[in-house]
Design a protein around this ligand. Structure first.
Ligand code: PMV
Length: 344
């Protein structure tokens, strides 16, 4: 009676049409709808235990107790569920990130999607994945999309109840993604601050909102037609436009480093040399992600090794949506996590 447990896994996702800017900061309502690809190779497992015996929430990431600041973020997120259900107990949250440290990928998308599903499971909530995505959204916008697999749209909605994600296509048609992890250090400008500054100061920002809506419609049409090249062209164009808004912010900033530009150049060179379709996108950090055909991935990786170190190149196929794990799965996750750490 005194404990309620929920465990879940969610994969990370990479936006092809970016979420960039909020119209409501407190509710995490976006300025534009976005669309992503969920990735199989990178995920977070999270266990939530509501327990009578606890006097405060506690948060452990990869076995390490987290700072007050991180703890507070998790507590505030759990409050959404406590308010919704009337639950009064505190919880212990344990997360294991199966994102290779070398990937340098933001893990907030998989983290809040896994936390939302684990919490809902612990509290026996009967919510659809769409409804659950409205909770996840209030931890991190991009996590709405990690509740689902394949190509996923986050509809900006009209308010908090309908700003939710839904699946578009399970992406089982020769799609892959290569991550060029050029810099794995912590982000210098968090996405939250970067987008807010951009909304407030970039004269290009209204154009971003306008063209993102068009890009979204076009990419959905291209996905429906399984037109890979069109999906890729729209992905690359949309990502570059997002980054153009940071360069036009005042004062200007960029997530790109010299290594990002070198990686971009490598992609341009390799796709020209091999004459294969491969399209870049970047998020609020320096790493470059490349959308390609799964069947071309080995050739592209081999060619990219001429320009980058092997351990900087990671690959993934499309991943599935978030799902509930059993206690035995969790124990297995803990074992494979500690094996992974030992091998690092
Ligand atoms: O939800 P956040 O804070 O992880 O912001 C994500 C912002 C981008 O990664 C740049 C774009 C996106 O849609 O994921």
């Amino acid at each position: 009676m005194s404990k309620k447990v929920g465990i879940a896994r969610a994969h990370t996702n990479i936006a092809l049409i970016k979420y960039w800017g909020k119209r409501d900061k407190d509710l995490f309502l976006p300025m534009n709808s976005s669309l992503s690809l969920t990735l199989d190779a990178f995920y977070t497992d999270t266990k939530v235990v509501f327990d009578d015996a606890l006097t405060a929430d506690a948060f452990f990431l990869n076995g390490q107790k987290q700072s007050e600041k991180e703890n507070k973020k998790i507590s505030q997120f759990l409050n959404l569920f406590r308010e919704y259900t009337g639950e009064r107990r505190f919880a212990c949250v344990e997360s294991l990130n199966f994102v290779p440290t070398a990937a340098g990928l933001a893990s907030s998308a998989s983290a809040f999607a896994a936390l939302a599903l684990a919490t809902a499971t612990a509290l026996d909530l009967d919510l659809s994945r769409e409804e659950l995505s409205t909770f996840a959204r209030q931890g991190s916008g991009s996590s709405t999309r990690s509740l689902f697999g394949g190509f996923v749209e986050w509809d900006m909605g009209t308010g908090t109840a309908d700003s939710m994600a839904h699946p578009i296509d399970d992406a089982d048609w020769d799609i892959g993604m290569i991550v060029l992890a050029v810099d794995t250090g912590k982000k210098k400008i968090a996405s939250r601050e970067g987008m807010e500054h951009t909304v407030q100061t970039s004269p290009f920002y209204p154009m971003w909102v306008e063209t993102a809506a068009r890009d979204l419609q076009d990419i959905k049409d291209a996905i429906a037609q399984r037109d890979f090249e069109r999906v890729g062209q729209l992905t690359e164009h949309n990502g570059m436009k997002m980054h153009a808004t940071t360069l036009s912010a005042n004062p200007p900033f960029t997530y790109w480093t010299a290594d990002s530009l070198r990686a971009q150049e490598a992609v341009r060179q390799v796709r020209m040399d091999l004459n294969l379709p491969a399209y870049m996108t970047m998020d609020a950090g320096p790493n470059v992600k490349v959308l390609c055909r799964a069947s071309d991935m080995d050739y592209l990786v081999a060619a990219l090794k001429e320009y980058l170190q092997a351990e900087q190149i990671l690959t993934s196929l499309p991943g599935c949506g978030a799902y509930v794990l059993l206690e035995t799965d969790w124990q297995e996750s803990e074992r494979s996590f500690s094996r992974g750490v030992e091998h690092d």
